[in-house]
Ligand binder design. Structure first.
Ligand SMILES: Cc1cc2nc3c(=O)[nH]c(=O)nc-3n(C[C@H](O)[C@H](O)[C@H](O)COP(=O)(O)OP(=O)(O)OC[C@H]3O[C@@H](n4cnc5c(N)ncnc54)[C@H](O)[C@@H]3O)c2cc1C
Length: 428
């Protein structure tokens, strides 16, 4: 086998397309661009950051995710080789590894780069819609900033939420930054490789009928709890019972809410145990007398997360009960919740009363919006291509994983994509 005499430069090769601008997509784009490759990063929402941007803290260090995202966004801003397209999706991929033609669908933002973030458009806007960033817990105007730390830092108009013919935001903008006549555009690009990093969505907890989500206000999910704990969330970081705004003093976490269940998600979602353990610390920090019970099948915290689990389990106010929850019911008088589970270690079935129940819902891969060509496994996660392929995946769209694993995955995907760029530039 001949060994190249010098490291290849990727400057003259075709670009790599990365689909999805969460932590995995951002990492893939940065790693590829920092060795000289051109990268197009296509994110379907109006801002980068993915699910991580909505977290309150990261396990195991309990630091705010904005720190890590900030570092990556600084690297991104400093790198002219990355073209960021928001409100962008890949519709079709044609061609072969090293030589793909991709059609991108670009939805209008209606707000140009000259936006100064003054907020006059939102002020003038009378239409409201559920705030997706807060999982619908609060509302935004139809003219809105996706989040306080949004990148790009620019307003966006959701035309689907606007009343017919309304131009109030456009008229209010003193800088002429709003153009409501923009239309969907399509753009065709030539790339050597494509990395899908489209991430995950939480499992729809209303499908797990016996756990009461959607029926009882004080049953929330783990992603909702992240927003309730977040200082920039709808309750400014105070975790309160949705029914009456009371500070919860007894909280149950229901593990494997949907996961490892043939009727819902047959696989383990890998991060939910560590996520609930982390969220128990949020509550204990806010309410020093709060009593927490975590109902689990097995606690799956591998490697360094085991120490995190051990440190939290040492808290006498956090109980771990091995047993699957069979029912969550509501006391109609006061909206308390009655949780029934068999405690496997004592062999006793018990019903306990709680102020708040948090369902540790699992991770569902976001593969529906991807163009044809990617290989899917039985659960619709993207599978690893065999041999010399040019369509790769990174992060949770590939398997449920924590951020550090998603970053490693993304670095590997960048290397695979770079090999594709290198081969295609060697062969013309
Ligand atoms: C409750 C909970 C708490 C967690 N807490 C932690 C924690 O404390 N520490 C930790 O390490 N991990 C944690 N995790 C795991 C962490 O959320 C994931 O590791 C991380 O989000 C993976 O990032 P990603 O980029 O793969 O996916 P995502 O964050 O989902 O990003 C995917 C991006 O792709 C975009 N996208 C989707 N479809 C398309 C499309 N068709 N075209 C273009 N763009 C698209 C999305 O809009 C999004 O921006 C937690 C998970 C849960 C469920």
């Amino acid at each position: 086998m001949s060994v190249p005499s010098a490291l290849p430069t990727f400057r003259n090769g075709k670009p790599v397309l990365v689909i999805g601008g969460g932590i995995a997509g951002l990492t893939t784009a940065l790693e590829a661009a920092e060795v000289g490759c051109q990268v197009i990063l296509a994110e379907k929402s109006p801002a980068l950051g993915g699910r991580v941007a909505r977290m309150h803290q990261y396990f195991p260090k309990l630091c705010p995710p904005t720190c890590g995202l900030e570092i990556n966004l600084r690297r991104l801003r400093e790198n002219p080789r990355i073209t960021v397209l928001t409100l962008a999706e890949a519709e079709e991929i044609r061609g072969v590894p090293g030589n793909y033609e991709v059609t991108l669908r670009l939805s209008p933002r209606f707000v140009s780069e000259t936006c100064t973030l003054c907020g006059d458009c939102a002020q003038a806007c009378a239409a409201e819609k559920p705030d997706e960033f807060n999982y619908g817990l609060s509302k935004t105007k139809a003219a809105y900033l996706p989040s306080g730390n949004a990148y790009p830092a620019r307003y966006v108009i959701d035309r689907a939420a606007c009343p017919e013919g309304c131009k109030a935001c456009q008229e209010a903008c003193a800088y002429g930054s709003i153009d409501l006549s923009q239309k969907v555009e399509r753009k065709t690009i030539q790339v050597a490789a494509v990395v899908a990093a489209t991430g995950w969505a939480p499992y729809d907890a209303t499908k797990i009928d016996y756990l009461g989500f959607g029926k009882y206000p004080n049953v929330v999910t783990n992603v909702i709890l992240e927003r309730l704990a977040a200082l920039d969330g709808p309750t400014a970081g105070r975790i309160l019972r949705p029914s009456d705004g009371k500070e919860p003093q007894t909280v149950a976490f229901v593990q494997c809410a949907g996961s490892r269940d043939d009727n819902h998600l047959p696989y383990c979602s890998a991060v939910c145990c560590a996520a609930s353990i982390k969220q128990a610390t949020y509550i204990r920090k806010l309410y020093t007398q709060a009593q927490i019970t975590i109902f689990y099948i097995d606690v799956r915290t591998l490697g360094r997360l085991e120490d995190f689990y051990a440190s939290v389990a040492a808290d006498p106010k956090i109980a771990f009960v091995k047993g699957k929850v069979g029912a969550v019911e509501q006391d109609p008088g006061n909206h308390d919740l009655l949780v029934t589970a068999e405690d496997i270690l004592s062999g006793k079935k018990k019903t306990q009363r709680f102020d708040l129940v948090v369902l540790a819902t699992g991770i569902v891969p976001q593969t529906d919006g991807l163009p044809a060509g990617f290989a899917l496994d039985e659960f619709k996660f993207l599978s690893v291509p065999e041999g010399r392929a040019g369509l790769y995946s990174a992060g949770c769209v590939h398997r449920p994983e924590e951020v550090s694993a998603a970053v490693q995955d993304a670095t590997g995907a960048a290397l695979k994509a770079l090999q594709c760029v290198s081969r295609s530039s060697q062969h013309g």
